[in-house]
Each structure stands twice: as C-alpha cells, then as structure tokens.
Design a protein around this ligand. Sequence first.
Ligand code: GLN
Length: 192
Amino acid sequence: MSSLVGVAAVQGDFVKHIEALQRCGAAAVEVRSPEDLATVDGLIIPGGESTTVGLLMERYGLGAAIRERAGQGMPIWGTCMGMILLAREIEDKEQYRLNLLDITVRRNAFGAQVNSFEDEVSMPSLGIQVVGVFIRAPIVTRLGEGVEELARYGDHVVAVRQGSIMGTSFHPELTEDTRLHELFLSWVRERS
Ligand code: GLN
C-alpha cells in the first residue's frame, strides 16, 4: 500500500511542503481536522505563527488527535513553527504545545535585527549539508534524554530528532533540496 503524508494546514506555509513531497513522488494532503489526520501515515507541521496555530489546534481537537497518533508511532516533522509546537517547553511562554519532543525552544531566537537569513547547515549524523532558510527562527536550548542533535548553527542547536519525530528550525521546503523530505518519507514508509 502506498503511504499518504499529511501537512497541517491550519495556517502557514503548508503548500510549499505539499509541493516538496510531490517532487519526491509522494502523495500528500492538507490536514485540518482529526478526520483528515485519520487518513494519513505521517504528518508535517509547517512554519507559521505558533500562538495562532496552537490555539486553533487545541480548539478543534487536532492537537489531541496528533498526540494520540504520535503515541501510536506516527512520524511527525515540524519545521520552524512546527518544531515550536512539538516542544515540551517554550521559553517564557505559556502557549499551547503538543509536548512530543523533549526539548525547550526559544522563539525568534535570532532577534529582530536578523529576521531572516540563509546559510549552510551541516547535519553530521545524516552525512549531509543543506541550505538552512531561517525565518524568525527558534533554537533548541535544552535537549532531553533520548533527543538526538541533528544540526547546529554556530552555538545553537537547530535540528533534533527523538525516535520518528523531527524538528528543524529552518525551512527545507523553501529550497529545491528534498533530501530531508526523502528521509522523512522513508520513516513513514517503514511504518505504514
Ligand atoms: N516566529 C514564529 C513563531 O514563533 C515561527 C516562524 C516560522 O515558522 N517561520 O511562531
């Protein structure tokens, strides 16, 4: 059976992820409700505004449904806002989060002066180097046990993995490079 990947489409740059998945030859759909989520084998949570999306995920039951599927082993990848929503803790904020990655994140960590930039990011444990597009990006300031560091930019951890849940501060869907989408798809195919 072929697997289907969902992209959370509450708000944010979900279309770019759908296009990247399609470039990999994968079937991808927008996920807005628990019913949509029930049809997919893996989920990407895109960039966007974490306060707004968290509020809506909580209100419409999508957050609870995501937590339930994650408990059953569904692979999830959060980019930027997506990683913020997956975190256990968000520094100085009490906003809704999914608590599926045992990390603490700092939102907008590169400050107002440097809102957006791109630069090479190496991912040693994956053996690849990618172009990291950072847009008001978060960093990871604490990694719990069982959380693997996948990338660092300067002194900051900018990509992590815990089992089949991954978070990246940057936006691979905004580049032509689909290697991280391919990696995620391999986890989804393994489990479905
Ligand atoms: N700064 C945004 C937030 O904290 C995330 C930015 C992004 O996803 N590009 O929600």
